[in-house]
Write a protein that binds this ligand. Structure first.
Ligand code: PGA
Length: 243
């Protein structure tokens, strides 16, 4: 099974900057073709997605969000089916920034989940603990409570992103990542867990090699084509050996 790496560009790369990113990335991958054993997707801002066409064809597209509603009078919203029509294979939902800045609740995120499934897009559900305060048990319960609507779902991508690790340079211990991953698997045995929060080209391979996760959600380090490419190569070399 492939390792999944999702680059989350957030509100950082617009249509103009996307061309430069794609060009640099393409040049780098000419040197050495990766992606035999890893799959990479870029979650660009909605309006940037059509400007990522210059990326190599084996890089998948992803959305960062979608509407919790279907077509209709919802000004400013983007229908899940439109993400499909611009080629998205995946879509992130419930990112902690959206939960915080847009007051997204677990119910709203579940509506988005259902819309994506209806449009045959694979949702990447983000969950996480807001702080390091509290006992491990309390923190685990807070994390798992965000999964309460998904007990019937058979194959779910879950991105465990501790809110305190996002953009902070701080990564939890491998032991903690494994504890959370194992608890998620206990609750939802067929789920596939990604880790996100301060992943970069230097720590990505070790995080992958020392934990039970299936991939990574990468924010800041995915904004620079060279860093993303180095990260991918480091992960591939460490997990699958140099070819
Ligand atoms: P970061 O962001 O890698 O910059 O910490 C991760 C995320 O928010 O998905």
């Amino acid at each position: 099974m492939k390792t999944l790496l999702i680059g989350n560009w957030k509100q950082n790369i617009g249509p103009e900057e996307a061309g430069k990113f794609c060009q640099t990335y393409k040049e780098l991958t000419k040197e050495k073709h990766i992606h035999k054993r890893i799959e990479t997707a870029i979650a660009a801002p909605y309006i940037t997605i059509p400007y990522t066409g210059e990326l190599p064809s084996y890089i998948f597209r992803a959305g960062q969000n979608c509407s919790e509603f279907r077509l209709g009078a919802h000004t400013g919203e983007i229908d899940a089916s439109w993400l499909k029509s611009v080629g998205c294979k995946y879509c992130i939902i419930g990112h902690s920034e959206r939960r915080k800045l847009n007051n997204e609740t677990d119910d709203m995120v579940f509506n988005k989940y259902r819309n994506l499934i209806a449009c045959e897009i694979e949702p990447i559900l983000c969950i996480g603990d807001v702080s390091k305060d509290g006992s491990p048990d309390e923190r685990i319960q807070a994390i798992l409570s965000q999964l309460r609507f998904y007990s019937q779902e058979t194959s779910l991508w879950i991105a465990y992103e501790p809110v305190w690790a996002i953009g902070s340079g701080e990564v939890p211990t491998y032991e903690w990542i494994n504890t959370v991953t194992d608890e998620i698997h206990r609750l939802l045995p067929n789920s596939r867990v990604l880790y996100g929060g301060s992943v970069n080209e230097k720590n990505a391979a070790d995080i992958m090699a020392n934990t039970h996760i299936r991939g990574l959600l990468i924010g800041g380090a995915s904004l620079d084509a060279k860093k993303l490419y180095t990260l991918e190569r480091n992960v591939e070399d460490k997990l699958y050996g140099r070819r």
